[in-house]
Design a protein around this ligand. Structure first.
Ligand SMILES: C[S@@+](CC[C@H](N)C(=O)[O-])C[C@H]1O[C@@H](n2cnc3c(N)ncnc32)[C@H](O)[C@@H]1O
Length: 306
C-alpha cells in the first residue's frame, strides 16, 4: 500500500486528510459560481479562504480559473454529489426523521445552509481540529445553524459512539446518516467497523447515504495513482505541496453497498456517470473518471432482517 497514513494520525484542515476537506469545499465553491450550479454553498469559498492555503483560496474565490487545475469532472462531480446528499437529508427529514448524523463533516455547511424542518438535530463528527475550526470560523462570519447543531470532535477510528451519545444522540430514534467522501480514507477494517456501528446505532426506519467504490480491476489503481500524481504535480507547481496518492488507502476492501445490504439495509444505487446524466450535465467521456465509477447509495434499515 502506498500511503503515509498510520494508526492514530491526525490533522488540521491544511494538512494530510484534513486538506481533502478543504479541496472538497473548494470544488463546491467553484460549482456554486457556475451557470448551472445545482447547489448553493455560500460558505464554501469563505471557509476555504479562512483555512489559508493560497492556491485553494484563489481557486475557491475565482481569482484563478479552474482551467487545468480542477477538472470539469471534479466540478460536475461536486455538484451531483452535494445535491445527492442535500436531497437525501431533505427527504429523510421531511419524512419525519429528526436526528441527522454527518460523519466526517469536514467543511460541509449543511447544518448552516439547508432548510431543515424545525426540531431537527444535526450531529457532526470529525477530527477535533476540523470541528473546532469550522465552528469558530462560521461563528466569526456571523453564520447561524439552521438546525440544532451538535458536534462530536473525535476520530472515527476511536470510540466515536461514546462521543456521539455524550453529545445527545439517541439510538432509540430513527436517524439519517451520511458518510460522504470518507470511506477511502479509512483502512478497510475501520470501514467495516464504521458500517457495523452505524447499523448498531440505527433504530428501524433509519436511513443511510454513502459511496460504494467497486474493487479495482487489474491496472485500474495504477491509472488512479497516475491521475492523482498529475494533480499533485500541477498543484505543487502553484505552491501547494500535497501528495494525494498518499492520503487514501488503496487495495481490496469490502464494498460498502453489498456490505450494508448484508446488514439489513435496503439500498438504491446510482453511479456518478448516471447521476451526471440524470442532472442534465454533459455526459462523461470514457476516460474522464480517474478511478472506478463510484456508486452513490442510499436506503433504509429493515431491522427485521438484521
Ligand atoms: C474528503 S473530506 C470530506 C469532507 C466532507 N464530508 C465533504 O464531503 O466535504 C474527508 C473528511 O474525512 C475526515 N476524516 C477522515 N478520516 C477520519 C477519521 N479517522 N476520523 C474523523 N474524521 C476523518 C477528514 O477530517 C475530512 O474532513
Amino acid at each position: 500500500m502506498t500511503s503515509t497514513r498510520y494508526e492514530g494520525d491526525d490533522w488540521d484542515l491544511a494538512s494530510s486528510v484534513g486538506a481533502t476537506a478543504t479541496m472538497a469545499a473548494m470544488t463546491r465553491a467553484i460549482a456554486t459560481r457556475t451557470d448551472r450550479p445545482l447547489i448553493d454553498d455560500p460558505f464554501a469559498a469563505l471557509l476555504v479562504q479562512a483555512v489559508g492555503i493560497d492556491l485553494l483560496t484563489r481557486l475557491a474565490t475565482g481569482e484563478l480559473p479552474p482551467d487545468g487545475l480542477v477538472e470539469q469532472v471534479a466540478i460536475d462531480g461536486a455538484k451531483v454529489r452535494t445535491k445527492f446528499y442535500d436531497d437525501f437529508f431533505l427527504n429523510a427529514t421531511s419524512a419525519g426523521i429528526t436526528q441527522v448524523v454527518i460523519l466526517a463533516s469536514g467543511l460541509d455547511s449543511r447544518a448552516y445552509r439547508l432548510a431543515w424542518p424545525s426540531g431537527t438535530v444535526v450531529y457532526e463528527i470529525d477530527q477535533p481540529q476540523v470541528i473546532e475550526f469550522k465552528t469558530r470560523t462560521l461563528a466569526g462570519l456571523g453564520a447561524a445553524p439552521t438546525a440544532e447543531r451538535r458536534v462530536a470532535a473525535v476520530d472515527l477510528r476511536d470510540d466515536w459512539p461514546a462521543a456521539l451519545r455524550t453529545a445527545g444522540f439517541d439510538p432509540a430514534l430513527p436517524s439519517a446518516w451520511s458518510a460522504e467522501g470518507l470511506l477511502g480514507y479509512l483502512p478497510p477494517e475501520a470501514q467495516d467497523r464504521l458500517l457495523d456501528t452505524i447499523t448498531e446505532l440505527s433504530a428501524p426506519g433509519s436511513r443511510v447515504a454513502t459511496e460504494s467504490r467497486p474493487n479495482p480491476r487489474p491496472g485500474e489503481e495504477e491509472k488512479t495513482k497516475k491521475g492523482l500524481d498529475g494533480i499533485s504535480e500541477r498543484w505543487r507547481a502553484h505552491g501547494f505541496d500535497t501528495d494525494m496518492t498518499r492520503l487514501r488507502y488503496f487495495g481490496e476492501r469490502n464494498e460498502a453497498a453489498p456490505y450494508l445490504a448484508d446488514h439489513g439495509w435496503a439500498l438504491n444505487a446510482i453511479s456518478t456517470r448516471d447521476l451526471i446524466v440524470a442532472n442534465d450535465l454533459s455526459p462523461l467521456k470514457d476516460d474522464d473518471l480517474r478511478m472506478s465509477d463510484l456508486l452513490y447509495v442510499s436506503g433504509t434499515l429493515d431491522k427485521t432482517t438484521n
